[in-house]
Design a protein. Structure first.
Length: 255
């Protein structure tokens, strides 16, 4: 039991460490730019956040942990997906959006309030931000979050747990870590959003567990986010109505 609690503690600690390092880097860079007389625009803010959070903090914390334990990066599974694995990517995306639409309808029907992701507000107010988020989803968000939370956290927890509980625990940590990026008027909305986020988190964890190829959840994660970002752009620019767009309605499920 102690070893299992230790594994969960390490997994949670790694997630918090990633967020903590990211926060220090983002705040420090913003302060330095301000002292240098540089205006931090919304676009510059989102670019810095992507580079320093997923690109430096998450990848850095994950890599340093693997190096400290003497675990080769290649052992977490980084290879070109096979035809079958590309099929899994497509299937996982379809399942994710079926889930997203179902949750959207359920929340609407029950009048349940969900918290919004901070990225939503920024993208709605400044649609041009999405032009940076789209490539960032594939180059930084997918690789950074999947390496830390699937390649490192999930593998650490799986050392002490069997497949199903291991994936569930790691997915719960991944979902909970997103609480800092949420905006809500009451705590219950945050809990609803964390619950919603468990869906795509479990899918990402399950396909990594099945394929043992980190590139597979990276592709799913990047594509899923980019489709939601594009949906936000269409809503923000008035190309589609928000009420008719499930991805924009439940952007809370943005991992």
């Amino acid at each position: 039991m102690d070893s299992r609690l230790r594994a969960v503690g390490v997994g949670l600690g790694l997630g918090i460490a990633g967020i903590g390092v990211a926060l220090v880097l983002v705040l420090s860079s913003g302060l330095l730019l301000s002292l240098a007389g540089v205006t931090v625009t919304p676009v510059l803010s989102i670019v810095l956040s992507l580079l320093l959070t997923q690109g430096v903090a998450f990848l850095g914390v994950g890599y340093l942990y693997l190096r400290r334990r003497g675990i080769p990066v290649r052992s977490i599974g980084i290879r070109l997906p096979s035809v079958k694995e590309f099929g899994i990517v497509i299937g996982a995306l379809v399942l994710s959006f079926v889930y997203l639409i179902a949750v959207s309808q359920l929340l609407t029907a029950t009048g349940t309030e969900a918290a919004e992701n901070q990225v939503t507000d920024m993208a709605m107010a400044n649609p041009e931000i999405v032009l940076y988020l789209l490539p960032g989803a594939f180059l930084l968000i997918g690789p950074g979050e999947e390496l830390l939370f699937r390649g490192v956290v999930q593998n650490r927890i799986r050392e002490e747990f069997t497949a199903v509980p291991g994936v569930i625990v790691a997915s719960a940590i991944f979902a909970a870590i997103h609480v800092g990026s949420l905006v809500a008027s009451n705590p219950s909305a945050v809990l609803v959003t964390i619950g919603v986020l468990m869906g795509p988190s479990l899918i990402l964890g399950a396909i990594y567990e099945y394929t043992r190829n980190l590139v597979v959840p990276i592709l799913v994660h990047g594509t899923y986010n980019s489709i939601i970002f594009l949906s936000l752009y269409l809503v923000a620019t008035g190309a589609v109505e928000q009420s008719g767009n499930a991805a924009a309605t439940v952007v809370a499920a943005l991992p």
